[in-house]
Design a protein around this ligand. Structure first.
Ligand SMILES: Nc1ncnc2c1ncn2[C@@H]1O[C@H](COP(=O)(O)OP(=O)(O)OP(=O)(O)O)[C@@H](O)[C@H]1O
Ligand SMILES: [Mg+2]
Length: 232
């Protein structure tokens, strides 16, 4: 074993010289080629999560006071997991309400990023209500029930644009089952909507609106449509 190690540099000497000569002949500085290694930084949970966050919200900050307070409360309530990092536990939810372009989705992804930055071990899912209904529409070869259970049981769910999609008895029942599961198990959920309270109740029905009223803290976003402002 040791013999191999002590002989290796002897054999590498001429090889290194030859390699150096080849690189020099091609106009490459052998010193630079051998010393400049790519930086190998550990991939953080935030970097991994960033890959799942839509590009537009990849740098979002959940800087609204209520959103920051919510993320801090969730992080503080986390139970330590096997690696020592806190995992997410039962906790309150947020209903982020406001007209289009006021930054609801931005705040929601910002909150997820805050938790990841704080080192909370986090399994999370994000879906718009419209995509949820499209995804769970019965079709052959697809287990919609399993998909629904995954979202219902996920430790943190972002349900974006609730009430924006066209409603039917089927969407209402599906939304009810999703919200009711999260309500019963007190799973932290970030919900965004354009609809004020009354309109949300009309769109979703009383059973869902009642549960949302109890399980969420309302965050009201006002102001101009940021999408139009950025064009000026
Ligand atoms: N606090 C913020 N700082 C910087 N940019 C922001 C902020 N909030 C929102 N934005 C930007 O403004 C635009 C609109 O934000 P966002 O998509 O979150 O709005 P929204 O309220 O979810 O709209 P909608 O109801 O139509 O879904 C996006 O480009 C977003 O990146
Ligand atoms: Mg949005």
């Amino acid at each position: 074993m040791t013999a191999t190690l002590t002989h290796a540099p002897d054999r590498l000497g001429p090889l290194t010289e030859r390699l150096g000569a080849i690189l020099t002949a091609r106009g490459i500085d052998p010193e630079a080629a051998t010393t400049q290694e790519p930086p190998s930084e550990p991939v953080t949970a935030l970097e991994l999560a960033d890959a799942r966050i839509p590009a537009r919200y990849r740098r979002a900050l959940g800087d609204h006071q209520q959103v920051t307070a919510w993320a801090q409360a969730i992080a503080a309530a986390g139970r330590p997991g096997p690696s020592g990092a806190p995992g997410i536990a039962e906790g309150p939810s947020l209903l982020i309400v406001g007209p289009t372009g006021t930054g609801k989705t931005h705040q929601a992804y910002g909150a997820i990023r805050t938790l990841l930055t704080a080192g909370v071990r986090l399994r999370w899912e994000a879906v718009t209500a419209a995509d949820l209904y499209a995804r769970l529409r019965p079709r052959s070869g697809h287990d919609a029930e399993r998909d629904l259970q995954t979202l219902a049981r996920c430790p943190l769910l972002l349900l974006d644009d609730l009430g924006a999609a066209k409603n039917s008895e089927w969407t209402e029942e599906l939304t009810y089952r999703l919200i009711n599961h999260r309500y019963e198990h007190m799973r932290p959920t970030l919900i965004t909507t354009n609809l004020p309270t009354d309109a949300l109740r009309t769109a979703l029905g009383d059973r869902i609106a009642s549960r949302l009223a109890e399980m969420t803290e309302r965050v009201i976003l006002n102001g101009p449509d940021r999408r139009r402002r950025s064009q000026n």
